[in-house]
Ligand binder design. Structure first.
Ligand code: PXP
Length: 244
């Protein structure tokens, strides 16, 4: 059953796969699918995965499984490359979020440059939308990028919140104001406003005040909170087995 709320939560499950891939994917745990089900039990209305070119966490088999069995919307983050467009068109997630991708980065470090990539991305977006996939573009909260996202036909923009989360003082305030201006313009142009990157509990309390915000995608903090809350029980079970 797909539920509706004013701001929907997409849980980014990549780092469950990161832990699995640390052992080269030889363990059955942690199970991406089981963690998807737990996230949905907790209230996630969307599952977000990033199939990176270097396959450092999510693998093609994760996408294959979730495309078939994910009980809520699937949002596939991906680079704008012909290979990824082919994959997305084959597995048909509800959403594709186009992101910039560099091999050496620890995580998605910046937003897309839609202006610079316009001619390359426009036919890819058209192809994906013709398949019934909705498109969001991961951009900095920048007016020119918002305008370009509209011109290219995006259904949504996802503002990169990673810098705002790390900034302090005046810089943080300035970035927040920039985000408000960009959100208002995106809404005026008829696009959905999404946000994501680096969001934790304290920044979730702040970001929900962003005008027109319809969706947040949160991963790293949630997987960390899951570990912090669950390790005691896991160790308890192990000590019972060892000493029992
Ligand atoms: N949204 C996008 C487009 C991302 O690339 C990421 C990181 O994969 C996230 C949201 C989630 O960021 P975090 O893991 O820092 O919560």
């Amino acid at each position: 059953m797909k539920r509706k709320s004013s701001i929907r939560l997409g849980v980014n499950i990549d780092h469950v796969a990161t832990l699995r891939q640390v052992r080269g994917g030889t363990t059955s745990y942690p199970s991406v699918y089981q963690m998807v089900l737990k996230s949905i039990k907790g209230g996630a209305e969307q599952i977000t995965i990033h199939l990176r070119e270097d396959r450092r966490h999510i693998q093609l088999h994760d996408l294959q499984l979730l495309a078939k069995k994910c009980p809520v919307d699937l949002n596939l983050e991906m680079a704008a490359t012909p290979e990824m467009v082919k994959i997305a068109n084959k597995y048909k997630p509800e959403w594709v979020c186009l992101v910039p991708e560099k091999r050496a980065e620890l995580t998605t470090e910046g937003g897309l440059n839609v202006i610079k990539g316009f001619r390359k991305m426009a036919p890819m977006i058209e192809k994906l939308q013709m398949r019934g996939i909705e498109i969001s573009l991961f951009i900095a909260p920048d007016l020119e990028q918002v305008e370009a996202s509209y011109k290219i036909g995006a259904d949504a923009v996802e503002f990169h919140t990673g810098h705002w989360v790390l900034y302090k003082g005046l810089k943080k305030e300035k970035e927040w104001k920039r985000m408000i201006v960009a959100a208002n313009r995106a809404h005026e142009l008829g696009m959905r406003v999404h946000a994501g990157h680096g969001l934790d509990y304290s920044h979730a309390k702040l970001i929900k005040k962003l005008p027109h915000l319809r969706e947040v995608n949160i991963g790293h903090a949630l997987i960390c909170y899951g570990l912090e809350n669950g390790l005691e029980a896991a160790v308890k079970k192990m000590t019972t087995i060892i000493r029992g």
